[in-house]
Design a protein around this ligand. Structure first.
Ligand code: FAD
Length: 464
């Protein structure tokens, strides 16, 4: 396989001084990931500041027979960034972003959080479509897909990867572009962290105006009617409007009618980014057709929008997430959603559904490794709690919710929400042809399957 920088560097006998090992100050902080369910103790944490540091870590792991994990923002629900006894390649010191406003591109280091990117691009009125919680890592999100408020208008984050600097499993560094290593670039657009450690993304940026964020609340008893109207509405939903529903207990805010506060309810969120007047008109249409008990609309900047949900997903709490794509919000599917909402074990848990399509579905299937572009809806059952004694009921609720939707599902799911599932699920999600193509890339770039902490593509899955 051609490599841009052939390496012939002997690995170090002892870990470099700036790495962290058990007992070192900062070790416990550095090994902690977002989901408090995963309290794991790596053998070493390689605090990487450059592609060369990442290469050194990979060679050290190979020489000492250590498993490797890669930490971007640490948000993978299954805690794939950290493993007992492994070497963690920690990219969190690599969070620099530079913007070229004329070319409408950004260079973002592999350990960036979404907020790093948004803060760098916002002064130019530009953004890279990405997720909705600003402390999520760009690395895992972009490589697995990347849904967010701009996805219907502009597509997924992975659709915006123009090039990437990648440290391969053997420690060598390549630049994946359309001209050089094009199959690797194809695989990075949705195939996850299977193929190398991305130390720099080159991303396409899009113009983004101020946002109009709106939210309507509906009593749970009214949800079947409201979602019947929403189902009709999505058939003509403008691509510039992104809607997400949350089935959970309503908050205690003043705008929420008193009789709904703290009660199981539907919150229907709508985000418009672009011309403000048009946004108001489009939002009015939505809530006229899907009439809520009450609603609010708040204009805000794009970075404010991106940070809006941050405090509801705090680091260190316990989480379990299952998700699936759903063909249609039929009355039968909605009945299952309502039933699952009534069974919700605690106040922080939520079932979220999102209408997709738009620019996501416009990208031809073969252009990227990302599977499931045609899916109309994604449903996610997020169990969220704090007391370890309540693990079983929360995990069971999330599993049962998605299981109940199986008859309405496409069979697919978003790879970034899959946790603890093996090769069979990876093959189901990517489908046989895409899996075989991904496996061929894996065989070329990581034949020993060093990078296997994520939803794993196996090199032996390549067609002979
Ligand atoms: C609170 C929260 C909100 C979320 N919101 C959204 C959302 O709005 N939209 C959406 O699409 N997804 C969302 N997700 C899912 C998110 O995309 C995944 O959890 C993703 O794995 C997070 O990436 P990370 O870098 O933070 O994860 P990490 O746990 O650090 O990494 C996960 C895996 O990604 C790989 N990886 C990470 N960085 C690199 C890199 N630079 N090079 C190579 N491999 C790398 C590794 O295989 C690693 O095991 C959300 C998750 C959480 C917890």
């Amino acid at each position: 396989m051609p490599q841009d920088t052939p390496e012939d560097v002997a690995p170090q006998a002892a870990p470099p001084g700036h790495w962290l090992s058990p007992g070192d100050a900062g070790y416990d902080e550095a090994r902690a990931v977002w989901n408090g369910m995963h309290d794991r103790r790596p053998a070493h944490i390689a605090r990487c500041r450059s592609a060369a540091d990442v290469g050194e870590a990979l060679r050290f792991a190979a020489a000492h027979g250590l498993d490797v994990t890669v930490r971007g923002g640490g948000h993978n629900v299954g805690g794939s960034a950290v493993a007992d006894g492994a070497l963690m390649i920690d990219l969190s010191p690599m969070r620099a972003v530079t913007v070229d406003p004329r070319a409408r591109t950004a260079e973002a280091q592999g350990g960036c959080l979404l907020r790093d990117l948004d803060q760098a691009t916002a002064p130019y009125g530009l953004a890279c479509p990405a997720g909705v919680i600003s402390h999520t890592g760009l690395g895992g999100l972009a490589l697995g897909g990347g849904y967010g408020w701009l996805a219907r208008r502009w597509g997924l984050t992975c659709d915006h990867i123009l090039a990437a600097e990648v440290v391969l499993a053997d420690g060598s560094v390549v630049e994946a572009t359309e001209e050089s290593h094009p199959e690797l670039l194809w695989a990075l657009r949705g195939g996850g962290g299977n193929f190398g450690v991305v130390t720099r993304f080159t991303l396409r940026l899009r113009p983004v105006g101020p946002a109009l964020f709106s939210m309507g609340v509906y009593a749970l008893d009214d949800v079947p009617d409201a979602l019947a109207a929403y189902r009709e509405y999505t058939g003509r939903q403008p691509v510039g409007l992104h809607t997400v529903g949350g089935l959970k207990r309503a908050g205690e805010q003043e705008w929420i009618p008193e009789h709904l506060r703290g009660r199981p309810a539907l919150l229907l969120l709508a985000v418009w980014t672009g011309d403000e007047e048009e946004g108001r008109a489009r939002t009015e249409e939505l809530y006229r057709e899907v009439a809520p008990a009450a609603r609010i609309s708040i204009p805000m900047s794009y970075p404010q929008l991106q940070a809006l949900g941050d405090s509801s997903e705090p680091r260190g709490d316990r989480y379990f997430v299952k998700s699936c794509y759903v063909e249609d919000l039929s009355p039968e599917a909605v009945a299952r959603l309502v039933e699952a909402t009534r069974a919700n074990p605690s106040a922080l848990c939520s079932i979220d559904f999102e209408f997709l399509r738009g620019a996501i579905a416009d990208v031809p299937e073969e252009d990227s490794a990302f599977p499931g572009r045609a899916a109309p809806f994604q449903v996610t059952a997020e169990a969220h709690w704090t007391d370890p004694e309540q693990d079983p009921e929360h995990i069971a609720w999330s599993r049962a919710t998605v299981e109940a939707l199986r008859p309405f599902g496409t069979g697919g799911a978003y790879a970034n929400y899959v946790q603890g599932e093996g090769d069979r699920r990876a093959r189901e999600i990517y489908g046989p042809e895409r899996y075989a193509r991904l496996a061929a890339v894996k065989k070329a770039y990581d034949p020993a399957n060093v990078l296997r902490g994520n939803l794993n593509i196996r090199p032996e899955g390549a067609a002979e």
